[in-house]
Each structure stands twice: as structure tokens, then as C-alpha cells.
Design a protein around this ligand. Structure first.
Ligand SMILES: [Zn+2]
Length: 280
């Protein structure tokens, strides 16, 4: 964890709002290195070609897909967040590879437990890293610079509790076309199309307000504001319509056999299970 006695503020570290920085900047991965390794079969010769907004014109080794926006101390303090995302993706991906969209086997009931707190922080970290490195783009392809609030940093570093109306969510209504809940029927989900990140931005001034992050075929919303009203608006452009906040579990059930991710939460808010029944 960061040395909280330190008052050092590294000017390039986005988490420097209350000091605690080390003097060295680390390369913070845009998307967890362990996840890239998982999805590239840990092939040491693999190269990735980021989309143009990352300003990396050539294919690179996964370890170099980084932004210099976080000091070493704060980066090291966030490794549990990466671990939660890795556990989630590893579980769903292994099922998808066995199931092969119906050509393989679904197998026995299975479950994994993941810290919801850490997973929520991983989603926030991914969004903040992209914001701090100015790599988000608007619909016209222009890069957009967004501010990151001090509150967002306090939540990321676990210095503050999440308000009940803020935070992580998943789709609670399959008619919401913005949010995916399908880890198993598209082969791209286990090979090339396994993550994405899009911000929610508040304007004047432009502030990172949350976002939508996909991992392993599942969309997660994250709100740094009271989302109560947004959950009700059935406006077509609203990704938050009928989102279920902070689920206690996500289950996919085929022929009565469930595969379940259980989320462990330390906050005092209500957590409900979300189940998707699959059809062959
Ligand atoms: Zn720092």
C-alpha cells in the first residue's frame, strides 16, 4: 500500500491528491497485464496493436501498453483490483472455451467468489487511467480531455465509502442494448473482443462521471453520481436504464445448471442476485 505518512506529491501521478506518492512513475497498464496474458494464451511473442486514440502507431509487447500516469506506490496499492478482474475473466473464459457456443460441454454447476469492492475499484481504475492519459474519444473520433474528481481518487484508494446511489451496475433488463451479458456465444469474446471502456462525461467543465466497461462479454456500468433517476429513463441513448446496482451474484443457467460469480461486498447496501437463463 502507499506510504500514507508521505506527503510527497508526484506531479504526474493522478492519485496524488493527498500525497502518499513515491518519487518514481510506473507504467500503468491501460488494461491489466495479467488479463492480456490470459487472452493471448501467455504467448511471449505476441504483439498488440492499440486503436489510434492511444497514439501507439506500431504493434507492441503487452507489457508496453502503459500510460505514465501513476506513481509506483499508488500503482502497487491497486493490485487487488487487478486480481478481482482476473478471477472474474478467468472463470468465464474457461467455461466459454469448454462450451464452444454449444459445440462443447457446459459441465457441472460451478462458481467463483470475487471481491465486489475490488472489482468495482478495477472498473474505476480503468476509466481513470484512460481519462488521465487523455485517450478517450468523442463520437466524432476527437480525443477528449476529462478532469478526474478528488472524490473519484478517494474511492479508488479506498479512503471513502461509496454512496448507495453511486457505483457498479449490470444490466437488469435485456432490452437495454447498451449492455452485454453474453460471455459464451461469440468466439470473439474469448479471443479479440474481450474488453472495452467508454466514459460517461459531465460537461462544463468536462468531468469523468463514470463509464461502461466490458470484460469477458459482460458490461459493467460505473457511476460517480446519484444514478437513481437515470435508472428509470427509457431514453434510447441511456445506458443506465434498469441497471441493477452491485449484484450479489451473476448466474448463467443452461438446462438447470448454473455457473455463478459471487460478489463479496463490505458496504452496507442491498445486493441482489442476477440470473440469466440461457437457451440452446
Ligand atoms: Zn502517487
Amino acid at each position: 500500500m502507499p506510504d500514507t505518512d508521505s506527503s510527497y506529491v508526484h506531479p504526474k501521478c493522478y492519485a496524488n491528491t493527498r500525497g502518499g506518492c513515491s518519487t518514481t512513475i510506473s507504467g500503468e497498464h491501460y488494461i491489466s497485464h495479467a488479463l492480456i496474458r490470459l487472452y493471448t494464451f501467455d504467448d511471449p511473442g505476441v504483439r498488440i496493436q492499440p486503436t489510434p486514440n492511444y497514439r501507439i502507431p506500431v504493434g507492441i509487447q503487452p507489457r508496453r501498453f502503459v500510460a505514465n500516469v501513476l506513481c509506483t506506490a499508488h500503482n502497487n496499492g491497486l493490485s487487488d483490483a487487478d486480481g478481482a478482474a482476473l478471477a472474474f475473466a478467468t472463470f468465464l473464459r474457461s467455461i466459454a472455451l469448454r462450451y464452444m457456443n454449444g459445440a462443447g460441454t457446459w459441465g457441472e454447476p460451478d462458481e467463483v467468489e470475487v471481491s465486489g469492492d475490488d472489482f468495482q475499484r478495477w472498473v474505476l481504475k480503468l476509466l481513470i487511467t484512460h481519462a488521465a492519459a487523455d485517450v478517450f474519444t468523442e463520437r466524432n473520433g476527437e480525443r477528449v480531455t476529462t478532469l478526474v474528481s478528488d472524490e473519484a481518487i478517494d474511492l479508488l484508494l479506498d479512503r471513502a465509502g461509496w454512496p448507495s446511489t453511486w457505483g457498479l451496475g449490470v444490466t437488469g433488463d435485456l432490452s437495454n442494448a447498451h449492455l452485454s451479458f453474453d460471455p459464451f456465444t461469440r468466439i470473439e469474446t474469448v479471443t479479440s473482443d474481450w474488453w472495452s471502456a467508454a466514459p460517461l462525461i459531465k460537461h462544463d467543465p468536462k468531468l469523468l462521471f463514470g463509464g461502461v466497461v466490458d470484460l469477458a462479454g459482460v458490461s459493467f456500468t460505473l457511476c460517480l453520481f446519484n444514478q437513481s433517476e437515470a435508472l428509470l429513463h427509457d431514453d434510447e441513448i441511456n445506458p443506465l436504464h434498469r441497471v441493477t446496482q452491485r449484484p450479489s451474484s451473476l448466474s448463467w443457467v443452461l438446462n438447470g445448471v448454473p455457473k455463478t460469480v459471487r460478489f463479496r461486498w463490505s458496504d452496507p447496501w442491498e445486493h441482489v442476485p442476477v440470473t440469466f437463463t440461457m437457451q440452446r
